[in-house]
Write a protein that binds this ligand. Structure first.
Ligand SMILES: NC(=O)c1ccc[n+]([C@@H]2O[C@H](COP(=O)([O-])OP(=O)(O)OC[C@H]3O[C@@H](n4cnc5c(N)ncnc54)[C@H](OP(=O)(O)O)[C@@H]3O)[C@@H](O)[C@H]2O)c1
Length: 277
């Protein structure tokens, strides 16, 4: 019997990663789901311990997957693991800002490097889960947005560099996905406000609360994570994988905001959306 094409999905414990691992395994892929902590649940796919910020974890996962493939290559890598931090740049901890890049950018790069030999073997595909935040930046969300701008650039470079190897690179740009990640962000709000000095609180507290309310409203009424999973499946099946692809309820409107408006108009609109003024 022919071996099923194998795909590694990072950050598969929840949200978009879990939906993608589930859909791909239902579609016949041999899914290797990177998780920081195995769920202990009976999943349709194989969980592989993988913390994308730890080199030894990446190498152990690579060895485990290579042994599992028994000499075959990896058909696809989905770089999905991601985190976010909110806060006003004036006071945001540089370590927390760096932590976002450690997962979203350096983690994705390190995992890609580790798995490229296996991807080369299968002339595989890379799907990077970027974000609409890779083309538009929102106030108090710049750690995430800057990291997603970086992923756009990394995807472009990888696509050109790997073209001779026959490895395609696609950057997905999801927007407003109801994955539960906004609730995780909301959990940061009180800590972020508590850590502000008194004048920082005067300056930012009301706007931070208003920002969080608008973010929660937009994401909890957004598209389910399964819509992103479906686009990943399309990309893996496509004879001509796209270089980038918007997905999610507000993606096209946000793209217009990002690309179609002068900066001042966009600033005013974002201020109205997030702060009501
Ligand atoms: N939700 C949206 O509206 C939206 C929009 C655009 C882009 N995205 C992107 O979609 C991706 C998935 O996000 P999501 O919305 O599905 O949120 P999520 O449910 O919070 O998923 C994030 C995943 O990343 C994992 N992760 C965090 N740090 C990690 C690390 N050091 N090593 C390995 N895995 C790690 C988490 O694992 P743990 O359970 O161990 O923490 C979790 O599985 C992210 O890249 C995000 O930026 C989401």
């Amino acid at each position: 019997m022919a071996q099923r094409p194998a795909v590694l999905v990072t950050g598969a414990s929840s949200g978009i990663g879990l939906a993608t691992a589930t859909l791909l395994s239902e579609a016949g892929f041999d899914v290797l789901a990177g998780v920081r902590r195995p769920s202990g649940e009976d999943r349709k796919f194989r969980e592989i311990p993988l913390d994308v910020t730890r080199e030894e974890s990446i190498l152990r996962a690579r060895d485990e997957i290579a042994a599992h493939l028994g000499g075959a290559g990896l058909a696809a890598l989905v770089n999905n693991a991601g985190v976010a931090e909110i806060g006003p740049l004036e006071y945001q901890s540089v370590d927390r800002f760096r932590g976002v890049f450690e997962v979203n950018v350096f983690g994705a790069l390190a995992v890609t490097q580790a798995f490229l030999p296996l991807l080369r073997q299968a002339r595989g595909r890379i799907v990077n889960i970027g974000s609409i935040g890779g083309m538009i930046t929102i106030p108090f969300g710049s750690a995430l947005c800057a990291s997603k701008h970086a992923i756009e650039s990394l995807s472009d470079a990888l696509r050109m560099e790997l073209q001779p190897a026959g490895i395609s690179v696609t950057c997905l740009q999801p927007a407003s996905i109801n994955s539960g990640s906004a609730e995780k962000l909301a959990g940061q709000l009180e800590r972020v406000i508590d850590e502000l000095p008194p004048h920082g609180r005067t300056e930012y507290e009301d706007r931070l609360r208003s920002f969080m309310k608008a973010t929660l409203a937009s994401e909890t009424t957004g598209s389910p994570p399964q819509v992103v999973a479906a686009v990943v499946l399309d990309v893996l099946r496509s004879s001509r994988p796209p270089s980038r692809q918007l997905v999610g309820k507000h993606a096209h409107v946000l793209k217009f905001l990002a690309r179609g408006l002068p900066d001042r108009w966009r600033d005013r609109l974002l201020s109205r959306i997030f702060f009501g003024k």
